[in-house]
Design a protein around this ligand. Structure first.
Ligand code: NAD
Length: 483
């Protein structure tokens, strides 16, 4: 046992438990979870062993036949019951989420309620049964059958809603699941697992947590039929390579470097607020945050000033404090990475219109920062920053800005801000991303497929297309009469 783990036995901080086969599983070892606003130990999470993983997979495998054969309406009733558990415990879960993730309490509550809404919405989607031919001679029909056991791996920026994006469609389509949260934010997901004991048949949902080794153990484990992964593109490539050895299906929701393009006919006063939050909500830690803002030369100075003014009025602080609008970044690695990008920008002589001075701790607080017109090869433009530091770039020519927006390995999403949304729809078709928003950002729904192009992902989540990714097509051909 490490000294950290010995400390667990004496600490007053909560020790969360794993859920396997509907029961609590005692942890042989634990790891610490830190509150990013204070850097204090918030709690302890089980560090799953290979045996724990084997037990979770075995439980999911044992639960699969009965769950697959459960009528879909009953499966839907139980997925809605997961939503009800989220709603009924929203206050407790939101507080825990704020303490481990950093986001303001109201946003944490929004995430929990959004996840509950997803449980309901996914249950509304009907999968197609296609009759290809039905003649005197033959009938052929294709329907969609579950895959088996799904391994779900979630990141730390939206631990609960991104877990539910996997759990709800997997269960509705008849699969069972083993869910692994990020080691930076395991506690709320483990707590949800505890709350779901007795709500679902044992083994249908299993929740395990662990350190760096647990993800690779899952992707290489022969007991999974599919891995549904949300995280960075670098890790996504490893997941795909590892899953290939046993020909698992994969859905990969990966990183992005979204461009927001502000055309010269945009109304500066109207767009300041939504454009600001498209970049800074969740401290910029959103896969689809506006990470590069291109502003037409005609508006640049006015909009840059308005965004900076808005930023100065936003309260950054501990998410539990009344009035906090932006919390810290989630973890020390991310804090170090974003701080490094700020230093790099300064070393290159780039000008901060606002922000740029990282305060002394405690807490992983990065000031809301805007950088004035950096070159395309600056790190802050070329890389996914995943933090509250955003470059503003001038453009004069629409062709040029589309080329710059597309000149990235990523292809997750983007937005266009304009007084002529119809014309912008034509432009949107030339942006190589899975989603393009016009005059807003981040809108998503259980009924709309969401996914990345290029290095931003493989496959989609939500919508009929998202549900189909948890199924195999099965065709039955009936010869009715011999010729
Ligand atoms: P990450 O890739 O470091 O980790 C994601 C998850 O994968 C964690 O649970 C981690 O423990 C696990 N993991 C790490 N190494 C693994 C491996 N080799 N095999 C299997 N699993 C492994 O990502 P993160 O830092 O937690 O999240 C931030 C990234 O996620 C950003 O790039 C962001 O854009 C992306 N993201 C994408 C979406 C989307 O829907 N496209 C949504 C949210 C976040």
């Amino acid at each position: 046992m490490s000294s950290d783990n010995m400390q667990a036995a004496t600490s007053n901080a909560a020790i969360a438990t794993m859920t396997i086969a509907g029961r609590e599983v005692p942890a042989a070892a634990t790891f610490r979870v830190v509150n990013p606003a204070t850097e204090e130990v918030l709690g302890w999470a089980p560090d799953a062993t290979r045996d724990d993983l084997d037990a979770a997979v075995a439980a999911a495998r044992a639960a699969f036949p009965a769950w697959r054969d459960t009528p879909v309406d009953e499966r839907r009733r139980l997925v809605r019951a997961v939503g009800a558990v989220l709603r009924d415990n929203a206050a407790e879960l939101a507080r825990l989420l704020t303490c481990e993730q950093g986001k303001p309490l109201e946003a944490a509550r929004g995430e929990i309620e959004g996840a509950a809404y997803w449980c309901d919405g996914i249950c509304e989607i009907e999968l197609p049964v296609t009759v290809h031919e039905d003649t005197a001679e033959r009938r052929s029909t294709t329907r969609h059958v579950p895959l088996g056991v799904v391994g779900a791996i979630a990141p730390w920026n939206f631990p609960i809603i991104l877990a539910i994006w996997k759990l709800a469609p997997a269960l509705v389509t008849g699969n069972t699941i083993v869910l692994k949260p990020s080691p930076f934010t395991p506690l709320t997901t483990l707590r949800l697992g505890e709350l779901l004991r007795g709500v679902l048949p044992p083994g249908v949902v299993n929740v395990i947590s662990g350190g760096e080794q647990l993800g690779p153990w899952m992707t290489s484990h022969p007991g999974f039929d599919k891995i549904s992964f949300t995280g960075s593109s670098q890790t996504g490539a490893k997941v795909m390579a590892s899953a290939a050895a046993t020909l698992k299906r994969v859905t990969l929701e990966l990183g992005g470097n979204d461009a927001a393009i502000v055309l010269p006919d945009a109304n500066v006063e109207e767009i300041v607020e939504p454009l600001f939050w498209s970049a800074f909500q969740n401290s910029g830690q959103i896969c689809v945050a506006s990470k590069r803002i291109y502003i037409h030369d005609a508006l640049y100075d006015r909009l840059a000033e308005a965004l900076s003014e808005y930023a100065r009025g936003v309260k950054v602080g501990d998410g539990l404090e009344q009035g906090t609008q932006v919390g810290p970044v989630n973890n020390h690695q991310q804090f170090a990475r974003v701080s490094e990008m700020i230093e790099d920008a300064k070393a290159k002589g780039l000008r901060f219109i606002v922000g740029g001075e990282v305060p002394e701790g405690p807490g992983y607080f990065i000031p809301l920062s805007l950088i004035d017109n950096p070159p395309e090869d600056a790190r802050i433009v070329a890389e996914e920053q995943f933090g509250p530091v955003v470059p503003l770039m001038r453009f004069t020519d629409v062709e040029d800005v589309i080329r710059r927006a597309n000149d990235t390995p990523y292809g997750l999403a983007g937005s266009i801000w304009t007084g002529d949304p119809e014309a912008a729809e034509q432009l949107a078709q030339r942006i190589d991303t899975g989603t393009v928003w016009i005059n807003e950002a981040h809108y998503s729904s259980p009924f709309i497929p969401f996914g990345g192009h290029k290095a931003s992902g493989v496959g989609v989540e939500s919508g009929i297309e998202g549900l189909l990714e948890y199924t195999n097509a099965q065709t039955v051909v009936v010869r009715k009469s011999q010729p």
